[in-house]
Write a protein that binds this ligand. Structure first.
Ligand code: ZN
Ligand code: ZN
Length: 317
């Protein structure tokens, strides 16, 4: 019996995704998690990730690239990187569905049950990410055209999912996460059984915010597969807040020109324009924080006013 308890992050995006909504190259993702694992060596074990899954929108490309990148490192270095699971976040007609342990691309725009069947046919695991995401999104101005953030909602209880994300880390998901846990607790009490494994995942799109993870027995991808199949996982961590969001966008702002160049060079779907990617209220926040940084006292009243503005924005007032 494996005594080690591992941590996994099963929902990460690179800029190979079809909606062009991640700022991270596969190499950058690998380095982010390598850094977390290095810090683990300093005994901050909470930060370690033994297994990560790359789940770009409607393509396996990013997952394959990161595998190749880690494989090119020396053997001793490879030990520090997390083990990689190849996956995809598939846009089904009824919302996003993640396939983990995929060998082949799963087509988009199929029904949810067809998508799940296509994932399982190749031995993959079907996961419902952020199932109730739209609970909050109308208030914060996302969603809209394409509904890139759509979840499958209550179908988590009727379709044969192997796992469901009960913690999805982006700041917009706090309420939706609680709603998923609440419904799941009700279902489990009523039916006397757990319908699927539970996962915590970062849905990482920029360099910070890997604040949610899944605990499982063992440390390898095979151990994680077994833990999910037998519904013996634990979702841990939390959704991150506005300060993390702003730090993330600040870092992206400095990376952005070189990323655009790189995407054009590689003929990738590319990144959308900065204005389109970042809601104007966040842009204002970045500008504001850059201006006031280093003068915390002088700008205290403005910090308070700003916090109030963001709170009202989040509440949809
Ligand atoms: Zn999604
Ligand atoms: Zn995602």
């Amino acid at each position: 019996m494996n005594r080690h308890i591992g941590r996994a992050d099963t929902h990460i995006h690179t800029f190979h995704g079809k909606h062009g909504d991640s700022y991270l190259s596969p190499e950058h993702v690998a380095e982010i998690y390598r850094q977390m694992n290095l810090r683990m060596l300093d005994k901050r074990r909470r930060l370690a990730r033994h297994v990560i899954a790359i789940t770009d929108h409607d393509t396996l490309e990013g997952a394959l690239r990161i595998l190749e990148y880690v494989y090119r490192q020396s053997m001793s270095e490879q030990e520090i990187y997390p083990k990689i699971v190849t996956g995809e976040e598939v846009t089904s007609l009824e919302g996003h569905i993640i396939g983990l342990y995929l060998k082949q691309h799963v087509p988009d725009k199929m029904s949810a049950s067809e998508t799940i069947a296509a994932i399982k046919e190749q031995g993959g695991l079907a996961v419902a990410p952020h199932p109730f995401t739209l609970l909050v999104l109308p208030f914060v101005g996302f969603g809209g055209e394409g509904m890139h953030y759509k979840g499958v909602g209550r179908k988590i209880f009727t379709l044969p999912f192997d796992a469901v994300e009960v913690i999805n880390a982006p700041y917009t998901q706090t309420v939706a996460n609680y709603w998923t846990k609440f419904l799941l607790a009700g279902y489990s009490v009523w039916h006397g059984k757990k319908p699927f494994a539970v996962l915590g995942a970062s849905d990482l799109h920029f360099p910070v915010g890997a604040t949610a993870y899944t605990k499982f027995r063992g440390t390898s991808p095979e151990d994680l597969y077994r833990a999910i199949s037998s519904r013996k996982t634990k979702a841990r961590g939390r959704a991150y807040g506005i300060p993390t969001l702003i730090t993330g966008y600040e870092q992206c702002l400095s990376m952005y020109p070189s990323l655009v160049e790189r995407c054009a060079e590689k003929k990738l779907p590319g990144l959308k324009s900065w204005d389109e990617m970042v809601p104007s209220n966040i842009l204002n926040a970045i500008q504001y924080i850059s201006e006031t940084r280093g003068h915390p006292r002088r700008y205290l009243h403005q910090h308070v006013a700003y916090a109030a503005r963001i709170s009202t924005m989040l509440l949809g007032l």
